[in-house]
Write a protein that binds this ligand. Structure first.
Ligand code: TRP
Ligand code: ZN
Length: 473
């Protein structure tokens, strides 16, 4: 746990003194703001695995991030302009941030008092603007911050947050690492559009999600502006600073494809990255329109991270991926990035479908029938350690049942429907119904039951939620 900084303590003390002075001068002013209707937003949204992740009382609509990264990528200073809509009459609200120091904060242009406890920042707006945080209104918060961003170790021991690499750094955020590089509402349930500007020493490149809107060099520093138009969960946000070889191309439909590759692995990556347009076209045929306005990949060196991640538009790979992994991360653009879990308990909807996409690809391209992939997954003891939608703890979120058992649930639905056209139609319908939104396991089982017209109680009770391996369907 961190102690509040001395500066934050001073600001809070000053805010307190100011409040007292105002109360003394204007005796009637407690009405409204002091009234019981104005309450602080919750410090978390009670995610079953990360109860303090995210914050209540508001919805972020847009993040405007300006980051300045030094030559070692070991320090950054940033400004986050957060546009949000109050979902209650707010007297104060929280942001999630870990490690970095808060330099200053304003709400609606007036200095806000900041309190810090661990990775929770509490901002209390100045009285002069406090009535603007009424339910339904949009308000703007600006946080200036700086420091050495942290690498966060997950409950399962893997590393995320800010990862230093051979020539820079990469930010990865699943499930909680994004609070290591910007303050925000870091639960997947609160999606927003983003503008990310990153200033780096000339000669380095900063890659992020979305599309590059400008690039300017002045006095030995280059600023890259990236824009994400479609809603994005914060765990899918990334910046990658380094000596990237950037290539821009397009799919047959004119979808921009941007790849950024570490020169060390450029040769080895080229053949697989050349297949991005083919994989996207294949995905569109099965799953419907690609949900974002650009695609691509970032390929670092082996060792830059311990895993690949489906960062929006542009998945990150530590070293050249094989085709299966490319398919998996691109499938996440539909499953996870467009239709995002309502809570971390629903992560099997991401990984089950991304794994199923790998099975489908193998059948179409390598002659491995889906039934064979299913059989292998069924035989694998590791997939039966726990129910796909009930990982015992946060350390289990990326374990085999979430992937393999999740994919088996998808296949069991297909078997029960016994009509491939109807099954893929249902999958596309699901993606359309929740496009650019969030969905839970309950939403999914209700949708499948209703659209298929089948009673799938047995599939849910045994394959999804059951305690042990059921007899083969
Ligand atoms: N969700 C990622 C994928 O399936 C993998 C991943 C992200 C992961 N973070 C992790 C795996 C932590 C293990 C541990 O592509
Ligand atoms: Zn995955």
């Amino acid at each position: 746990m961190e102690q509040p900084t001395a500066a934050a303590a001073r600001r809070t003390a000053r805010g307190g003194a100011l409040l007292l002075a105002v109360l003394t001068l204007v005796p009637g002013c407690t009405a409204g703001l002091g009234g019981s209707g104005w309450t602080p937003g919750a410090a978390g949204v009670r995610d079953p695995y990360f109860p303090r992740l995210g914050n209540g009382g508001y919805d972020v609509t847009h993040y405007g991030l300006s980051l300045d990264v030094d030559s070692t990528a070991g320090r950054l200073s940033g400004t986050a302009v957060i546009t949000a809509r109050a979902t209650q009459d707010l007297s104060a609200f929280n942001l999630d941030l870990t490690g970095l120091k808060v330099v200053s904060a304003t709400v609606e242009g007036r200095p806000a008092a900041v309190n810090r406890a661990g990775s929770e920042l509490t901002l209390r707006p100045d009285r002069a603007v406090a009535d603007r945080l009424r339910e339904g209104s949009t308000f703007r918060t600006v946080v200036r911050y700086a420091g050495s961003p942290r690498t966060v170790t997950d409950p399962d021991g893997s590393e995320e947050g800010w990862l230093r690499t051979a020539h820079g750094a990469v930010a990865l955020g699943e499930p909680t690492g994004s609070m290591a590089w910007f303050p925000g509402n870091h639960h997947p349930g609160d999606k927003a559009s983003y503008d990310v500007g990153v200033t780096v020493p000339e000669g380095r490149t900063a890659v992020s999600n979305g599309e590059l809107t400008s690039r300017r060099t002045a006095r030995g520093r280059t600023t890259f502006h990236w824009r994400v138009r479609e809603p994005m969960a914060s765990y899918l946000a990334t910046v990658a600073v380094g000596r990237w070889t950037v290539r821009e191309s397009a799919t047959g439909n004119g979808l921009p494809v941007v790849t950024a590759v570490d020169p060390d692995v450029a040769g080895a990556s080229a053949p697989v990255l050349a297949r991005i347009p083919e994989v996207v076209a294949w995905g569109e045929k099965l799953f419907g329109p690609y949900p974002f306005s650009s695609a691509g990949a970032v390929v670092g060196r082996r060792g830059d991270a311990g895993y690949a991640l489906e960062t929006q538009n542009r998945p990150f790979f530590p070293g050249p991926p094989d085709t299966g992994l490319l398919v998996h991360e691109l499938a996440h653009q539909w499953f996870g990035n467009s239709v995002t879990p309502a809570s971390w308990r629903d992560m099997w909807l991401n990984e089950g479908f991304a794994t199923y996409a790998e099975w489908l690809w193998s059948e179409d391209h390598d002659g491995v029938p889906v039934a064979e992939s299913f059989g292998k997954a069924y035989a694998d003891e590791a997939n039966w350690a726990f129910p796909a939608a009930r990982p015992p703890g946060a350390a289990d979120l990326s374990r085999p049942p979430v992937y393999g058992r999740g994919a088996m649930v998808v296949h069991r639905i297909r078997q029960e429907m016994d009509d491939d056209e109807a099954f893929f139609g249902l999958v596309r319908g699901w993606l359309t119904a929740h496009r650019h939104g969030n969905a839970s396991t309950a939403d999914f089982t209700a949708y499948v039951g209703k659209e298929s017209g089948l009673d799938l109680t047995e599939v849910w009770d045994t394959w999804l939620n059951g305690g042990s391996r059921p007899a083969r369907g």
